[in-house]
Write a protein that binds this ligand. Sequence first.
Ligand code: AMP
Length: 217
Amino acid sequence: MRIVLLGAPGSGKGTQAQKLINKYGIPQISTGDLLRAAVASGSTLGKQAKEFMDAGQLVTDELVLGMIEERLAEDDTKNGYILDGFPRNIPQAEALDRLLTKLKQPLDGAILIDVDFDVLLKRITGRRTCDSCGQVYNIYSSPPSKEGECDKCDGVLQHRSDDNEETIGSRLKVYEEQTCPLVDYYSKQSMLRKIKGIGDIEDIFKRVCDAIDLLGK
Ligand code: AMP
């Protein structure tokens, strides 16, 4: 199964992708995570990406496409994957189609997790991520039992540097202007399923799984 998870920053793509990994046994490929790892490693790629990320802008297509091509060549992608945060604009979606045609691995579809903008802001500012296992919390809606500490592994919870109100404004604007057109792009190919991304995480997950079952039908 090869799917794209679409949704604004804070729509819960990462949380749902984690649950899909467990259910379907396929990897999540998050360009945001790959880029943050590159920044943390201090690589040239990371240094180039950091400026854009801190400003809430998209990193150049060239950089992201190179990274994705490398990642999709890895062995664990043979049975499929969940693309999270990629593609982010039409040129990336077109490049992905070309790459997947070359690899003879067409996409099964795209799932849009739809959340109103006012909800997104609260979700993003409250988001905390465990620096060891990646578990995501929200200090307003799903806080850890002990402040700043992961319930699963006792890791330290981090607030992403681009999850501040200033950067979030740009990230949401970029989403609206550059990523939203992908909804039409995948709709026109009859590949899109849209689900409501509010409410209980398990209920949202059920909607995502039902949408996946309907892909290609
Ligand atoms: P995310 O974790 O998906 O919200 O991504 C965090 C930041 O990484 C974004 O605000 C962008 O600066 C950058 N980024 C992630 N994915 C992409 C992508 N597909 N294209 C360009 N920039 C990206």
